[in-house]
Structure formats: structure tokens, C-alpha cells
Design a binder for this molecule. Structure first.
Ligand code: ZN
Length: 315
């Protein structure tokens, strides 16, 4: 877990990392989240600061209105009322958000989408998820599941997705999918010479990361070039669908894959450009806040919630 004390102007005054240890079960994870939050609030007070609100962001399906972590596969949350638990423990106004949505919120308000008004933040890592942020507010959806752009079907005959359907965007173009595809083709292409130094890596050599595929593609290796281009085309299909739905000014790409920089952005801009008919072409940029985006976004959400509460109390 990434944790931070953040000033209202977005400056991080202290940051900490703690192991999640999800194997201990959801109750223990919740206990750690609250312990860490109490610890940070105490440290703030010791430094003469006044904690005004708490923001927590988790992956999965999050009901922000009720403050409930509805479903989160990797930490085992099922209908955990995290916001109420935190309020009971810390006595601070608390907001519960979704990890990608708060990341998008931070990028839209403080990072690469600053000043854009309409932003689609797309995080590409093990999976692919997005946040649609309009004037500094991320859409949550009716069931807390807005932004699942990774499950747009882009290749109906493609590999099966973790969600059960074939050809979802994240089954084709996530960092994990790119590594898998490369290993699969390298293993199935015996005519390509395999050398330890610069040839394609086979399954026996262990997993190949998407970053390595991008690097090999840039170095002119045909197989890597093919896999990288396939992923670019699929991403462009997904982003074009996103643009058709949301008509944003700026698309901010985050997550591990965005670290490929221009190796990703330059061909992806061209592929998105090809797909634009009457839609206005979005500006396509890399995220600016790195792995601090989640903490910053959770803080923004908390401050928004605290403000709303003040407002409600005044009425
Ligand atoms: Zn899917």
C-alpha cells in the first residue's frame, strides 16, 4: 500500500509504503489500512499539522456513494464498508475511491491532463482500466464500475480474457498480454534463431516483459515488432471507442506500459489518428505523476468529500 500525507494544494509532505499481505485475508488487510491511517494522522499531529480528511482507494468495484469496497479480487474484499470503518476508527471525514479513478482524478487535476477539462485516463498494466474525468470529477457509474475500458471487445476471435469473454482489450494489449503473446509466438516460431543475447526469448527463458518487447521492437527484431504493433492496433481500437463515447480533449496513458514513452505514444498517436473520422482527435500524452497519482487522487477525493460535508453541515 502506498500512503501519504498530502496538503490541500497537492504537495506530499510524507509518504510511506506498507506490505498489503493479502494472503492474511480481507479483515487483516482492513486492519492494516486503518492502523496505517491512524499512524499517519498521529505523525501529522506530531509535526504540528491537522489532518482534515482521509482518502482510501482500492482496486475492483467500489461503491463510492456508500463507501463500500464491493468486490476486489486481489485483496479479497466483498462488500467491506471501509468508509464507515475508517470514520469509526479515526473520526475524520473519509472518502473511499477506486484506484484507477483516483489516479485519473489526480492526473486530470494536477498532472498531464491539467487544464484539459475533459480527460480520459487509461492505466495499462496487468489489466487495462480507465477513468473519465470531467471538470475535475471522475464518473463512478451507477454500480461503481465505470471505466472498464479493458473489457471492450476488440478481437472477437482473440485470446480469452480473465472476465471470461474472448478478445477483450486487456486480453490483447495489457502489459501482461503483450508478454504472453510474445512468449507464445517465440515458442511457436522455430525458424527464428534463438540466442541468449538478442534473439527472441522462448518460454524456457522465463516471461518477457512488455517493456522488453518494446525494446526489441525498437531494435528491429521482427517478432517483437509484430507483437508490439498488434498491441498498438488493439489499443487504438479501444481508445477510438473511448473517444467516440467520451469526446475528450486529452487521453492520459498511465500504468507500467506508459513507461515505454515514445515507443508507445508515437505509433499509438498515428494509429488513433487513422481511426478518427468525424470525431475530434484527442491529445495523447503520458501520465506525469507516476505511482504517486493514486495517493494524490485519494487525497483530492477526501478533500472534495470533506468540503461537501462542510457544505451540507452549513445547510
Ligand atoms: Zn474482459
Amino acid at each position: 500500500m502506498k500512503c501519504a500525507l498530502v496538503r490541500p494544494d497537492g504537495v506530499v509532505v510524507r509518504s510511506e509504503r506498507h506490505p498489503t499481505d493479502a494472503a492474511r485475508g480481507p479483515a487483516a488487510v482492513v486492519g492494516t489500512i486503518l492502523d496505517v491511517a491512524v499512524g499517519l494522522a498521529d505523525k501529522a499531529r506530531a509535526d504540528g499539522l491537522t489532518p482534515v480528511a482521509l482518502g482510501i482507494a482500492v482496486p475492483g468495484v467500489v461503491d463510492e456513494a456508500r463507501g463500500v469496497a464491493v468486490w476486489s479480487a486481489n485483496v479479497g474484499f466483498r462488500d467491506v464498508p471501509l468508509r464507515d470503518l475508517a470514520v469509526a476508527r479515526l473520526g475524520l471525514p473519509t472518502a473511499l475511491g477506486h484506484d484507477v479513478r483516483v489516479g485519473g482524478l489526480a492526473e486530470a487535476r494536477l498532472g498531464a491532463g491539467r487544464g484539459a477539462g475533459h480527460v480520459l485516463f487509461v492505466a495499462i498494466g496487468t489489466g487495462i482500466a480507465a477513468a473519465h474525468v470531467v471538470d475535475g470529477t471522475a464518473a463512478v457509474g451507477a454500480h461503481g464500475a465505470a471505466g472498464e475500458i479493458g473489457h471492450i471487445s476488440v478481437r472477437p476471435n482473440g485470446p480469452r480474457c480473465g472476465c471470461g469473454r474472448p478478445g477483450c482489450l486487456e486480453a490483447v494489449a495489457s502489459a501482461a498480454a503483450i508478454g504472453r503473446r510474445y512468449a507464445e509466438l517465440a515458442g511457436a516460431t522455430p525458424e527464428v534463431p534463438v540466442t541468449a543475447a538478442d534473439g527472441p526469448v522462448t518460454a524456457a527463458d522465463g516471461p518477457v516483459t512488455a517493456a522488453e518487447v518494446a525494446e526489441r521492437a525498437a531494435a528491429g527484431e521482427p517478432l517483437a515488432g509484430r507483437v508490439w504493433q498488434e498491441a498498438i492496433e488493439a489499443l487504438a481500437d479501444g481508445l477510438a471507442t473511448g473517444q467516440a463515447l467520451f469526446d475528450v480533449t486529452t487521453i492520459v496513458l498511465g500504468g507500467g506500459l506508459a513507461q515505454a514513452g515514445d515507443r508507445l505514444l508515437v505509433p499509438l498517436r498515428a494509429a488513433v489518428h487513422e481511426r478518427m473520422t468525424f470525431h475530434r482527435e484527442p491529445r495523447l500524452v503520458a501520465a506525469a505523476l507516476g505511482d504517486e497519482a493514486g495517493c494524490l487522487g485519494a487525497a483530492l477525493l477526501a478533500l472534495d468529500a470533506a468540503g461537501a460535508r462542510d457544505h451540507q453541515e452549513k445547510r
